[in-house]
Design a protein around this ligand. Structure first.
Ligand code: CP
Length: 292
């Protein structure tokens, strides 16, 4: 595996391989094969979980990490992104983890650079390592998710997490329902859509909440309507359902603060923890071959 840009581009077997390698890293059953490789972390959008877990994963693997200082790089002097990448490669960087407001990685790959890339979240398009760590968490806590009812609720239209999760859940044979108001629907996604949150949550095996992506929305958001009809809380959740959220959470908007404080919401921090093992696996697969 040279790059990780989308879940769509991964065969099911490759996803299973990543998950199985992540489990080995969690159990301490395998050593790094990318010690002393050089990796740059390029975050052009805010991040806590993704950035720290890539950093933690890189440290555990013995990788040399280089934070790309977006405000003080020569991009501000109008150097192109491609030229920046080529210069980083010349200096010795062999892979870049990129989070960006727009899609950029595929363009760079198509320009035949030798640099390898990992998508850490591009606009509303894709966030593949989030979907992988979500699947890792589901599989760990539930076993197979084939035919399990997964209800994804909220701002599907602007969510890269939803898009990558949908691609992955489809490959694993889950039964997906999307619950969203009209203003957060994406008609290009041909799946079962519903506006009846209570009914859909009743039989949900997995309940996945999403944050409203305020930073990507220009129109006024009807928060009161959203909270009334689409907030997941202690009254409407199936107590047997696995409760998930990629974070960051906006308390009392997509999920009630009481529910977030409950035992049922502990999975959300488990997701954050599992992000380290999954990112170790991805980094090891992408940078590992370079030491041979
Ligand atoms: N889930 C996620 O991508 O969180 P961060 O934005 O904090 O990285």
């Amino acid at each position: 595996m040279k790059n990780l840009v989308t879940i769509k581009a991964l065969e099911k077997e490759k996803i299973d391989e990543i998950i199985s390698l992540a489990k080995k890293f969690e159990k301490g059953e395998i050593n790094s094969s990318c010690v002393n490789q050089n990796l740059s972390l390029m975050f052009f959008e805010a991040s806590t979980r993704t950035r720290f877990s890539f950093e933690m994963a890189g440290n555990k693997l013995g990788i040399n990490l280089y934070q790309f200082d977006t405000q003080n790089s020569s991009l501000v002097k109008d150097e192109s992104f491609f030229d920046t990448i080529e210069n980083l490669y010349a200096i010795g960087i062999r892979a870049c983890v990129i989070r960006n407001r727009e899609r950029i990685i595929e363009d760079l790959i198509n320009k035949n650079t030798k640099m390898r890339f990992i998508n850490a979240g591009e606009g509303n398009f894709a966030h593949p390592t989030q979907a992988l760590l979500d699947y890792y968490t589901m599989k760990d806590l539930m076993g197979s998710i084939k035919d399990k009812k997964v209800v994804i609720i909220g701002d599907i239209a602007h969510s890269r997490v939803a898009k990558s999760n949908i691609e992955l859940l489809q490959k694993q044979g889950a039964d997906i329902t999307l619950v969203a108001p009209n203003y957060f629907k994406d008609d290009s996604i041909k799946l079962n859509w519903s506006e009846n949150l209570d009914e859909e949550l009743r039989n949900a095996d997995i309940t996945m909440c999403l944050r409203i992506q305020k930073e990507r929305i220009e129109e006024k958001i009807p928060f009161d309507d959203y909270i009334k009809n689409f907030q997941v809380n202690e009254k409407n959740i199936n107590p047997k359902s696995l409760l998930m959220h990629p974070g960051p959470v906006n308390r009392n908007i997509e999920i009630s603060s009481n529910l977030l404080n409950s035992n049922q919401a502990k999975t959300i921090l488990t997701q954050a923890k599992n992000g380290v093992f999954v990112r170790q696996a991805v980094l090891n697969m992408i940078l590992g071959g370079l030491n041979e």
